[in-house]
Design a protein around this ligand. Structure first.
Ligand code: ADP
Ligand code: MG
Length: 680
């Protein structure tokens, strides 16, 4: 049940429809013609002139106007790349890959040659590369090797409105180098109109607006709140498909799991629709989607069929998919939140902001009038949604950036030129955590350990685990574990119809209750023994793609070990040594079994549980170290190993005292506000 409330303002251009290109003989010249139809094209000269005249420019333009794909090409055509690379940052790695692929195609070059991309653990660039798309995090890391970005002539911080942590830190760094590198051009581009703020920050840099072509969008709200937004989304898609005129659908979901669920259910339900209804082509897109499948969303929909794109926030402003006429917006996204008091970070499904809702709706009106179905009420929208999303810097663990900034020689973090400063509590917590990890000394200076840790593009806890493996003579094993953990939770394959087989296969790697980290190591080593066999992966319900990625990551970590001069050493028989190395990084993440059967984290007491997918779920060791917490129905620890409590005092004596790890039943009540439930 939808009610229509408003029509979004739209500017209707007379010549808005891109002309067909009938005479185009080759794909490349067709693409060249297509480039000329983009809203940014008429502003090409004016824009280049502005860039010529000013060092810093803020560029604002509707999503899909051509900022990301065109501006770097214009700069190349205007000769900027003769003086150095043009770098363009993206908050999301899929965007960096997909956009660079498109630009390579438009320029008729092979991806990785003149046009390339660089994302964590994957560098697809070469000596030839002059247009470099990369994640904001990668450019941040480039400062470590090249503090003045000497090899760049232009840096474009794209998608600035996303305000990711790395983008915010980049703002401060590029603003600083622009002062002494007068030849460096700086472009800050954004899809939304909060450009004044960027301009103010960059010493009143001029704002260049690219008028978008936006068609009117009908916005529909539900009349009552939806109990299950997934189900509501599916029903809405099917209704659109059956009743509405042709045009593709874009659905915003919060993550891979949701997307896979909706994908499966839609496939199932459309099977029953019969042949009178047009074909519905389902295209998922999310960060971990294999590259081969990412291109599918851009393929034109065949005549008579309809495409439905199931996307995360990535399709909000980072990627533009042509042909979308209907948007289904359940109103949620996953966002990171961080409690600086406890140091706990979690990824939670949250309502989106009004700004996001507007962006999402706008995706339906790019090439013609569109419709947006919001799966929440108008009252909800007006009263419950925040205007804007809080910048990541204000809701995340800062240990990683603090370590990076310290390695860049920036010591005075309190006076760093933040656009919006992080809470001082979070900054202190980060310093405290890095001190506990021995990355900083008591004066807050980088130690040798810290300098080594900063070389690894990993969270400080993982880097510390690797650096500590030197002492325990098990660096070979530990980098395998780090690589496997970095792949995420996509190692084990568990198809719905073969769950029992999959679970049995998985148990083989866990025998002896070795713990999840060691099980991951077992998987890696067994695969390696088969000479990286794909067949072996199939037989053991292991995702071969994830394993290949783990192998790539491991290779890179191996290279970094060499760089920080840690010998490759192997200690396969000594699981305690491996677990101690893990504990050296993750001692903050310790938890103790309670009489109730639940666990309580040792510092900052909080009740947690072992995730059901863990090999230790039925074993219940008294003490554990966990890799991460995930909140679903309960607060779960994912990836767990057993721990001997005295290790905590041995490994982190400045953090744990004997009384923290006393194993008797006379344990005192935990300090703090006593928020956690008392089970003893
Ligand atoms: P903006 O950055 O202003 O949002 P883009 O430069 O990303 O705009 O997009 C311009 C055009 O290029 C859009 O019409 C979009 O559909 C197209 N495009 C971008 N990436 C791809 C791709 N990988 N495949 C096909 N088309 C693409
Ligand atoms: Mg863009």
């Amino acid at each position: 049940d939808f009610i229509k409330e408003s029509v979004m303002d739209g500017i209707q251009d007379e010549d808005a429809m891109p002309p067909e290109s009938p005479g185009a003989s080759s794909a490349k010249s067709m693409l060249q013609d297509e480039r000329k139809t983009l809203p940014i094209y008429p502003y090409r000269e004016e824009l280049l002139q502005a860039i010529n005249d000013h060092q810093v420019i803020v560029i604002v333009g509707e999503t899909g106007s051509g900022k990301t794909t065109q501006i770097p090409q214009y700069l190349h055509e205007a000769g900027y790349t003769k003086r150095g690379k043009v770098g363009c940052t993206q908050p999301r790695r899929v965007a960096a890959m997909s956009v660079s692929a498109r630009v390579a195609q438009e320029m008729g070059v092979k991806l990785g040659h003149e046009v390339g991309y660089s994302i964590r653990f994957e560098d697809c660039t070469s000596e030839k590369t002059v247009l470099k798309y990369m994640t904001d995090g990668m450019l941040l890391r480039e400062f470590l090797g090249e503090p003045d970005l000497a090899s760049y002539s232009v840096v474009m911080v794209d998608e600035a409105h996303e305000r990711t942590l790395s983008t915010d830190i980049l703002f401060g760094l590029v603003k600083d180098i622009a002062r002494f590198r007068k030849d460096l051009k700086l472009l800050i581009s954004s899809a939304t109109l909060d450009a004044e703020k960027f301009s103010d920050y960059f010493d009143s840099a001029p704002i260049f607006k690219i008028p978008g072509r936006r068609y009117p969008v009908d916005i529909h709200f539900t009349t009552a709140p939806e109990a299950d937004y997934i189900d509501a989304a599916i029903v809405t898609v099917l209704q659109i498909h059956v009743i509405q005129p042709p045009g593709d659908i874009l659905v915003f979901l919060t993550g891979q799991e949701e997307i896979e669920t909706v994908d499966e259910i839609l496939k199932h339900r459309t099977r029953g629709l019969g042949t009178k209804i047009a074909e519905l082509i389902i295209c998922p897109i999310y960060a971990n989607l294999p590259t081969e499948l990412q291109a599918k969303i851009f393929e034109p929909t065949p005549e008579g069929a309809r495409k439905v794109v199931l996307a995360t926030n990535i399709a909000e402003t980072s990627l533009t998919i042509d042909g979308i006429k209907y948007v289904v917006d359940p109103g949620f996204c996953k966002i990171k939140s961080y409690n600086p008091r406890t140091g706990m970070e979690s990824l939670l499904v949250n309502p989106i902001s009004k700004a996001s809702a507007m962006q999402r709706a706008g995706r339906s009106g790019r090439t013609g009038p569109g419709k947006c179905f919001r799966l929440y009420t108008a009252y909800n929208y007006h009263h419950d949604l925040e205007d804007n999303t809080v910048p990541e810097i204000q809701r995340t663990n800062l240990a990683n950036v603090v370590l990076t900034l310290k390695s860049l020689g920036i010591h005075d973090l309190v006076n760093f030129d933040f656009m919006d400063p992080p809470p001082s509590e979070a900054l202190l917590k980060a310093l405290e955590q890095l001190f506990a990890l021995s990355a900083l000394n008591s004066r807050g200076e980088l130690t040798k350990v810290g300098r080594r840790m900063a070389e690894f593009p990993l969270d400080p806890m993982l880097s510390k685990m690797i650096v500590a493996s030197e002492k325990y003579k098990c660096s070979e094993e530990v980098i395998s574990i780090a690589a496997m953990l970095s792949v995420g939770n996509s190692i084990f394959y568990r198809p719905k119809d073969k769950q029992v087989h999959a679970d049995n296969a998985r148990k083989n790697f866990h025998s002896g209750f070795v713990g999840d980290h060691i099980a991951l190591l077992n998987v890696y080593n067994c695969w390696k023994e088969t000479d990286f066999s794909t067949q072996w992966c199939y037989e053991n319900y292991i995702q071969v793609r994830s394993m290949k990625r783990a192998r790539d990551i491991r290779d890179q970590l191996e290279g970094l070990l060499e760089r920080v001069e840690i010998e490759p050493t192997s200690n396969p028989g000594d699981l305690d040594a491996i677990k101690k190395a893990i504990t050296s990084g993750f001692f903050h993440h310790s938890a103790k079994l309670q009489k109730s059967g639940a666990y309580r984290t040792v510092k900052n007491p909080q009740t947690v549980h072992i995730h059901p997918s863990s090999g230790l779920a039925e074993y219940h060791p008294r003490w554990v170290i966990y890799h991460e917490l995930v909140l679903t129905t309960k607060e779960y620890m994912r990836q767990v190993i057993e721990l001997k409590p005295d290790w905590l005092v041995e490994i982190a004596p400045h953090y744990y005292q004997l009384k923290d790890v006393e194993d008797s039943g006379t344990k005192k009540l935990p300090r703090g506000e006593g928020r956690a439930e008392m089970t003893q």
